[in-house]
Ligand binder design. Structure first.
Ligand SMILES: [Fe+2]
Length: 217
């Protein structure tokens, strides 16, 4: 089997939402009870697929586990997340941007199991320090991952950083436009997002992304 040995890539995916499917899917996310940063809420949903020859089969298992070694914040816990909005799944938007990513990563013909995490971090108090990655500089424990930016409001900070195996920062990006994506070989690189806070303390601050985990089948 051919696999791809790139380190990371910055890309722009086509993510248009004329149907409103994506925006609507962020309206009713469940609170992540395992995220306990004061005055901040992480809301999320999850979907798992098997993808072979470009065909995406939705799996029913909503459980997600990372070891303590991989995730110092929530590792060692069997977590279970609500399903991503059925209308978004059925729209095929996630599968389409998934295929785009597979091509960019050089994995078009490689069967993969793909987890999609939909995440929204919201400051619920003025002056809150929002941690998108409370585990700090980390790997996710997959073969490849991607962070696909959707939207942010009233945010200062939240810079995405990519590190090499020696934990030297090799790139940083302030994701701002829908569809901007960082694709990372999770066996080579590490990543983090710096904390963010509200620009205008009288308004809510929020940041929304999709994270794709890619695992060889
Ligand atoms: Fe991560």
């Amino acid at each position: 089997m051919t696999t791809s040995n790139y380190f990371f890539r910055k890309e722009k995916l086509i993510l248009e939402d004329s149907s409103g499917c994506i925006s609507n899917s962020f309206l009713n996310l469940s609170k992540d009870e395992w995220y306990t940063i004061p005055n901040v809420q992480r809301n999320r949903a999850f979907a798992r697929f098997e993808r072979t020859d470009g065909l995406w089969k939705l799996l029913s298992d909503q459980r997600f586990y990372q070891s303590e070694e991989i995730n110092s914040y929530n590792g060692g816990i069997q977590r279970e997340f609500q399903a991503i909005d059925k209308r978004l799944i059925e729209s095929g938007i996630l599968q389409k941007i998934g295929e785009e990513q597979a091509s960019m990563m050089g994995l078009k013909d490689v069967p993969m199991r793909v987890n999609v995490h939909q995440m929204q971090i919201v400051a619920i108090g003025a002056g809150a320090s929002c941690q998108a990655t409370p585990e700090g500089i980390h790997r996710d424990g997959h073969d490849y991952i991607s962070i696909v930016f959707w939207r942010r409001e009233n945010v200062v900070g939240g810079i995405s950083r990519v590190y090499n195996e020696a934990l030297e920062c090799k790139a940083e990006f302030e994701l701002d436009e829908a569809g901007e994506a960082i694709l990372i070989n999770d066996r080579i690189g590490y990543h983090e997002v710096t904390s963010f806070h509200a620009k205008d303390l009288n308004k809510a601050a929020s940041r929304e992304v999709f994270v794709f985990d890619w695992n060889l089948l």
